[in-house]
Write a new protein. Structure first.
Length: 277
């Protein structure tokens, strides 16, 4: 059976938007029909060439595994190594060492969280920054956790294998040689770097009770997709996961203005970040 015309009727898209918003907080406006069609196309084909609305109705009818997969497909975000270099320069300029020194004074590890980490490039960028700035003994005191909703994305992140194109977006030749090893026709992150990181499956609008308090959270280029209610819910949850005076880094176009009063806006090395009160 042929796949239906990709243009989704506005009424169908509105119902799909409600379905997605309720499950992951992402706000699909009337311009996002292309996103739904492109992300769910293969699922529509697998279920016999049905429409996105019919796919949603199957999920709502009791196919919880399909519902999870649909949300994972929608929530997977664009990523690359060292995307927007400014926050990493902030860490290199002294922020990372200051955070580590504070953690060491309290006789604990430095905890870093990459929220909505997708396929792991941000997590490994954080790890590369750490090993390039700190000594091996200092790196042993750091734990970096990547979190995402997509099982497929987390599987790739855990495997730590990337192609030439993925490395070309942010990894220069010196870093490629230092931090990666050839794996057939692709590249695998070397074990010393992988030993600094771990990954977990998390839905950012349904975060579990606080288990770990973090010193630094990267949550970049995801809140902009949330409606204002879920955005506030997200930042309140992140505040609960940050230690007092911990640092939150958002995407370059994202802001906490009018959303929460839990943070103080600061700027350093041409980078805006937020410190927990």
């Amino acid at each position: 059976m042929a796949v239906p015309d990709p243009e989704i009727p506005s009424g169908d898209l509105a119902r799909i938007a409600d379905f997605v918003r309720a499950r992951c907080g992402i706000d699909l406006d009337e311009t996002k029909g292309y996103l739904v069609e492109s992300r769910w196309r293969h699922l529509c084909r697998e279920y016999g060439g049905i429409t996105p609305l019919q796919l949603m109705q199957l999920a709502e009818g009791g196919d919880s595994e399909l519902a999870k997969l649909m949300i994972e497909e929608i929530s997977t975000k664009e990523t690359s190594f060292f995307r927007d270099a400014s926050p990493f320069e902030l860490l290199r300029s002294g922020m990372l060492r200051r955070l580590l020194e504070h953690a060491t004074q309290e006789q604990r590890s430095l905890e870093i969280w990459s929220a909505a980490c997708s396929t792991g490039q941000e997590v490994y960028s954080l790890a590369m920054t750490a090993v390039e700035v700190l000594t091996p003994a200092e790196c042993a005191q750091i734990r970096i956790t990547g979190a995402d909703l997509s099982r497929a994305a987390l599987s790739q992140a855990t495997d730590a294998i990337y192609g030439d194109f993925e490395l070309s977006r942010g990894v220069d030749e010196s870093r490629r040689q230092r931090h990666f090893v050839k794996a057939d026709k692709r590249w695998r992150v070397r074990d010393p770097l992988r030993s600094l990181v771990r990954f977990e499956k998390v839905n950012l609008i349904d975060l579990p009770p606080v288990m770990t308090r973090y010193d630094l959270i990267f949550c970049r280029n995801i809140a902009t997709y949330f409606d204002i209610s879920h955005r506030g819910q997200l930042f309140e949850a992140l505040a609960r996961r940050l230690r007092p005076h911990g640092v939150l880094v958002l995407g370059a176009t994202e802001s906490l203005i009018g959303v929460t009063n839990e943070f103080v806006r600061e700027r350093e090395v041409n980078t805006t970040y937020y410190r927990h009160r």
